[in-house]
Structures are given as structure tokens and as C-alpha cells.
Design a protein around this ligand. Sequence first.
Ligand code: GLU
Length: 321
Amino acid sequence: MENKISVSLIQEVMEEAYETFKNNNEGANANYIPFLANVPSDLFGIAICLQSGKILKVGDTSFVFGIESVSKVPTAILILKQYGAEKVVQMIGADATGLPFNSIFAILLENDHPSTPLVNAGAIAACSMVLPAGDNKQKWDAITENIEQLCGSAPVLLEELYKSESETNFNNRAISWLLKNYNRIYDDPMSSLDLYTRQCSLGITAEQLAIMSGTIANDGINPVTGKIIFDSAYASKITSMIASVGFYQHTGDWLYESGLPAKTGVGGGVMGVYPGIFGISAFAPPLDSAGNSVKAQLAIKFIMNKLKLNIFNNDRPVITE
Ligand code: GLU
């Protein structure tokens, strides 16, 4: 069956989602990173980037917030580009942990097999893999240039967030040394952690995140700039990683309810990839107990369900002007 959806209907449903959930005050800002605790809790925005490059948005879609764990996605793409799909799965893996994002237990359980670049341990390992080895300045440039290409505009470093996170990232320091213990980190542990902390402290808008998701959904071609950012073969690889672990220990529930591979961050951002159709993002700082934005989840699920969209259905939507 063909599900024909007009652009104006998508915009209408986005606005309905916004109105329905804007006054929801469940959840709380991340409090283990002092900077994030102080971001206004009522911010809320939703954006969609269509394959045509058209951007639909509602709410606070130009507010610059901490990208946090959503940054794990572009850096996973960068190492796929630098090493190829086979090496990435050998050196890190593509497995769901079923455990919280910062789990040390997951490393102990899988010490013979690294998990995925989309949880803290694998993301720190991914930063250690970024080329050229041993040169954090050039590695940082590679990370930020890659994000700039995926979004079509540059992210900004939120210096205060970086400072706040660097002063309090004791759990991530333990993860980095444990990776070293298992020979699963491929550059200096503390400089790899510094790169990871810096990438998490990048500021991004919901609109930029929607374009990044749109680029993945569009097989590596940025729908807005028209530039080829990565080989189309990696689009399904990164989307499978997002689908399997994007909501950490709640990923199965999320997929079941939303029908959309998506990745969260404790800054309140969520990016979702609907292959061949669109990229979607939502942003709202208050999080549930697993560290996922309450309103972003509600809004994306509402839009997917209302438009009868689900990547596991066989009726491909056709978006009309
Ligand atoms: N920078 C955060 C951390 O490493 C990111 C966590 C997240 O967004 O899930 O703790």
C-alpha cells in the first residue's frame, strides 16, 4: 500500500506534537554535568529534513545545545570512512550492550568483544582511532570538519560545557583506563578521552541535527548542500548501529513504539533516521531515568504514529509537495 503524505500535513502534525507536549514537565535536566543542569528546561524544538533538502521546523530549533552522545554518530561515520566497515566491527564492534551509556559492567562482560561506537566505551575507542594517530589537533579538526559536512554548517565548542564535563568525567576516565587494560583503545587513553569530552561539548541546533540525520537517510549525500559526505555503503552500517543501541537499555522499547532508529544525548537532543525518507530531530532538556529526552521521545513517536510511519512496515511513504 502506498502512504501518500503531503509536506503541509507533516508540518501540521509537527505543530500538533509541539502543542500537545510543550507543557509536559516530566523528567529533569542531566544533573551529573553541572552546565547541563542550568539549561532552561522549557526549551523544545522539532525539525525534519526531507530528501529534497526542505527543512520543516517548529519551536526552538535554532537554540544551540550540547550535542553530547549524539556526537557518537558522526565520529562513528568518520572512522567508517577512515577504516572501512570491516575494521570498525573488528576493532570496536556493533553490538547492543543492553546497559546504560556509561556502563563499566558492559566492558567487563564483553572484554573479548568491544561493543559499539555508540556507547561511551566504544565512542572513546572511536576517538582513539581517528586519524592521524597521536595528533589531537588534527584529529579534532577531522572530527569537527566531518560534523560540519554532515550538518552543512559548523558546530561551535561550548567552552563552559567542556570545562564542566572535563572536571567531572571520573567515570569516563575509569572507562578509558579499563579499555587500555583490554588493549581496546588505540591511542593515548587520556588524550582520546579529551577528544571525546570535547566532541560531546559541541553546540548544535535541532535544525543542524535534522540535516545530519537527513544526510544519513539520503545515503551519505547532504540533502541541503548536495555534497557527497560519505560512501552510501556506510549509511546502512551507521543506521543499524543507531537502531540497535540508540536508546541504550531502552532501545527495544523505543523501536517497538516509534518504528524509527534514533540516537539520544543527555543534552536533550534526539536524531532519527528514516532511510530514503527523512531525517528528524527533537530537542528538550528534561530526561527520563535512562538519560533520554522525555519530550523529544513523545514528539517523535507522536509524529511517526500519526503519519503511520514505521520503518518495519512495507508501505513506503511517498512525500508530495
Ligand atoms: N558526555 C556524556 C557522558 O559521557 C554523554 C552521555 C550521553 O549523552 O548519553 O557522560
